[in-house]
Design a protein around this ligand. Structure first.
Ligand SMILES: [Fe+2]
Length: 234
């Protein structure tokens, strides 16, 4: 499927090292690194249907010094009074760990790590900030559906200079607490989201063509109408 899309880097939004300046863990490495170095490319709005948008992101090769490559990290805008927009990710190729964190006020109450390989889904529930950590260099492509009205907000993660944990190189990954947060809860490892178990009828390879079945993804656009789903996640 990736081949058919014919994704051209010159048509993508690129994130460079300078764009992640505030959230890089290894400051010694950052001081001498090329700030123009591309970290990832995003093709936004490859499909749009019924108030939903389909994007793809490809990571670049390389790391952030001692730290594994990652996205900048953000939260989403509100879908109603209490719930921010969720997002449904699928790894198309490669391997990542999704880091999801929820706060009450400024206190972190939950931090989840969800390792995912090609084909796996990660449903980011409302009110979770999230960061993607890459384990497979430029081989990693991931797709997401989110609401067209969703606006990402990078400011809180930036203010804390990253997520609650930094994923450092090692086998297994070494997790370093981010001291810019107060109390940091233990990292809770969870398997990829099992959509079938949640009663969501999406085949492993059908994500791209879901504009024909947009009703299936209503929970992304109107999370306030799907409280049972959010309660059954984590
Ligand atoms: Fe997001």
């Amino acid at each position: 499927m990736l081949k058919d899309l014919n994704l051209k880097k010159e048509k993508a939004d690129v994130r460079r090292l300078k764009d992640l300046a505030a959230v890089v863990y290894d400051r010694q490495w950052y001081a001498v690194a090329d700030k123009e170095m591309p970290l990832y490319w995003m093709w936004r709005g490859l499909k749009e249907a019924d108030g939903l948008r389909y994007d793809i992101l490809q990571f670049a090769e390389g790391s952030l010094g001692q730290e594994l490559p990652k996205t900048a990290g953000h939260k989403h805008s509100l879908a109603d009074d209490d719930l921010s927009y969720p997002e449904l990710y699928q790894v198309l190729a490669g391997e990542v760990i999704y880091l999801l964190q929820r706060k009450t006020g400024t206190n972190l109450e939950k931090v989840v790590a969800m390792p995912c390989q090609a084909g796996d889904f990660c449903l980011v529930p409302p009110n979770f900030e999230h960061i993607t950590i890459n384990l497979a260099g430029e081989k990693t492509f991931m797709a997401n559906w989110t609401a067209s009205a969703n606006r990402p907000d990078y400011s809180d993660v930036k203010l804390k200079h990253g997520g609650a944990y930094f994923g450092l190189k090692g086998s297994p990954v070494s997790w370093e607490k981010n001291s810019n947060y107060g109390e940091v809860p233990p990292l809770q490892f969870l398997p990829p989201t099992d959509l079938a178990a949640l009663g969501i009828d999406i085949k492993k390879d059908a994500l791209y063509n879901l504009e024909h079945h947009a009703a299936v993804l209503n929970f992304i656009k109107e999370p306030q109408n799907h409280n049972d789903l959010w309660a059954s996640l984590f």
